[in-house]
Design a protein around this ligand. Sequence first.
Ligand SMILES: [Zn+2]
Ligand SMILES: [Zn+2]
Length: 257
Amino acid sequence: MIDTHIHLDDERYRDDLDTVLEHAKEGGVNKFVIPGADPKTLERAIEIAESYEEVYFAVGVHPYDMQNFENLEFEKYVHHGKCVAIGECGLDYFRLEGSDEEKELEKQRQKEVFIAQIELAKKYKKPLIVHIRDASRDSKELLLKHNAGEVGGVLHCYNADDELLSLANEGFYFGIGGVVTFKNAKKLVNVLGKIPQEKLLVETDGPYLTPTPHRGERNEPLYTTLVAQKMADLLEIPYENMENITTNNALNLFDIS
Ligand SMILES: [Zn+2]
Ligand SMILES: [Zn+2]
C-alpha cells in the first residue's frame, strides 16, 4: 500500500525515521510520497527520497508558506528522478486574518500562487497535489479555468464537499485520510460512496490528523492501514480489494511502478 501524503521531512520524524518506515513496511505500507509544503524542508525531503528507495517527493508550496514561493527554484527539483508531483498547493481560507480588505488581499495572493503552480504542473507534465480548506468553490473554479485536468492530481484530505465530486471527471483523485475514522466525520462517511472507486487514494497526512484509536499521538505512515480498513468497512468491500484499488490508483496517478 502507498501512503500518498506523508510529511516525512517534518522534524517530528527526524529521530526515528528508520523505525517509522520499518513499522509501516511490516504493516504492508511500502511506498511513500512526501508532499512539498514549506520550501525550507524540501532539501530534507530530497535527502530522504535519495536515502530510501521507496520514498518519493513532490515540489510545491502550501498556501500557509506562500511567502517562500518566489525563492523556490522549481527547475532544480522538478527534474529529480523521485519527484512525482507538484504541490501541495491550493487555497486555504481557514485562518484568514485582519480586515475584510486584508482577507481579500490574502485570497488574491493565494490564488496567484496556486495558478502559478497549476501552470508549472502543466509545463512539467506532473500531477497536482491540491490542498483545499474552506475554499471549495474558488479552488474548483481555478482548476477548471486553468485546465488542470490536463495533468490531473489529487484533492488531498478531501473535505467531503459535494461540489468537488465532478472533478473526478477531470482526472482528479480523492485523498482520504484519518478524518474518515473520526466520530464526527459524518459528511465524509456519507460522500465516500459517491467517489468512483478508481479515484480513491489513501493517505495519512502525518504527523497530523492521526486516526482513531491513536488520536493525540504523532501520526505514522503505518496508519494508512487503519484508514484503508475504515474505508473498506464503510464501502463494504474486502480489505484486500481496498488495498489493491487504492494502490493501483496511486501508481497510476504518480506514474510509479
Ligand atoms: Zn494539506
Ligand atoms: Zn499535507
